[in-house]
Design a protein around this ligand. Structure first.
Ligand code: PAF
Length: 292
């Protein structure tokens, strides 16, 4: 496995691979890898000839009061994990290489970035789309793999790819969970022991929502209230948002119908955790037999 730190070298490598007609896949990460990231590498491995993982804690997607400085980092461990999952190249640039001064150009997807996480993190997605667009130009992949845990991010990136005519297939891989349901995240490491237990309430609340829908509830307000009540029983949990939205437009739904994304962000102590599920809401059919 190669580690490349310079943009020019990565671009040259990508050009060589393309001349050899190799299919390149990109798995963009901020490092501090866990099983969730490794599942993305395996997905990429199965669909391409050369898997490139980028490891870059991207300053432009953190707000001024967010955890850029504290974000967990362990490059040597990441290298071992990436190798074991079948990665071929790690692209590991520093901030100076990616954003040389003066840096003036950003990529912004409108509307989709103003809801859900975009409300409390107004500059976050601009940073994400800028770095992902740059990585696409540097690694030159035919395919890129993202995780469903960052559902809004995946939708925003798909929109960017469509709107900017990138010839890149976007694969969204399922959320990988701990045994008790907590979605894997590098930020789980911030949780104290007590908060780690409390954090399972995110997934529990999503399961409650699904049960309510399966039992026939179609009013989003009622489902969201039940989820909030459950989460707020945990002493360290502060709800940022609980939303039920359309899976492509991210428009808020009131009377549920078709495929919906139930997404939430909750601060549990220091970290702000996100999670989501997609539920297919079936049209309610009245069992006329039982009315006879
Ligand atoms: O999902 C992440 O880890 C980041 O947002 C990404 C896509 C690597 C961009 O920095």
């Amino acid at each position: 496995m190669k580690v490349i730190t310079k943009i020019a070298e990565m671009q040259k490598e990508a050009d060589q691979l393309r001349i050899q007609e190799k299919k390149i896949s990109l798995v963009p990460t901020m490092g501090y890898l866990h099983e969730g990231h490794l599942s993305l590498v395996r997905e990429a491995r199965a669909r391409s000839d050369v898997v490139v993982m980028s490891i870059f804690v991207n300053p432009s997607q953190f707000g001024p009061s967010e955890d850029f400085k504290d974000y967990p980092r362990d490059f040597n461990h990441d290298v071992e994990l990436a190798r074991s999952a079948g990665c071929d190249i790690i692209f590991y640039p520093d901030a100076q290489e990616v954003y040389p001064e003066p840096y003036l150009t950003y990529v912004e997807v409108e509307r989709l970035t103003k809801v859900l996480c975009g409300v409390s993190r107004p500059t976050h997605f601009r940073g994400v789309t800028t770095i992902v667009a740059k990585l696409f130009n540097i690694v030159k992949p035919q395919l890129a793999v993202f995780g469903q845990k960052d559902a809004q991010q995946a939708i925003v990136i798909k929109r960017m790819v469509k709107d900017l005519n990138y010839d890149i297939e976007i694969i969204v891989a399922p959320i990988i969970r701990e045994k008790d349901g907590l979605a894997m995240s590098s930020r789980n490491t911030y949780l104290t022991k007590a908060q780690r237990i409390q954090a399972t309430v995110l997934y529990q609340s999503l399961m409650v929502a699904k049960k309510m829908i399966d039992a026939g509830e179609r009013k989003a307000t009622i489902i969201k209230k039940r989820m909030r009540d459950l989460i707020e029983q945990q002493p360290d949990a502060i709800v940022d948002y609980i939303e039920i939205v359309d899976t492509t437009t991210l428009e808020s739904q009131t009377a549920l119908n078709g495929e919906v994304l139930i997404a939430l962000a909750v601060k549990v102590g220091k970290p702000r955790l996100i999670d989501n599920i997609i539920v297919r809401v079936l049209e309610r059919t009245i069992n006329t037999e039982s009315l006879k």
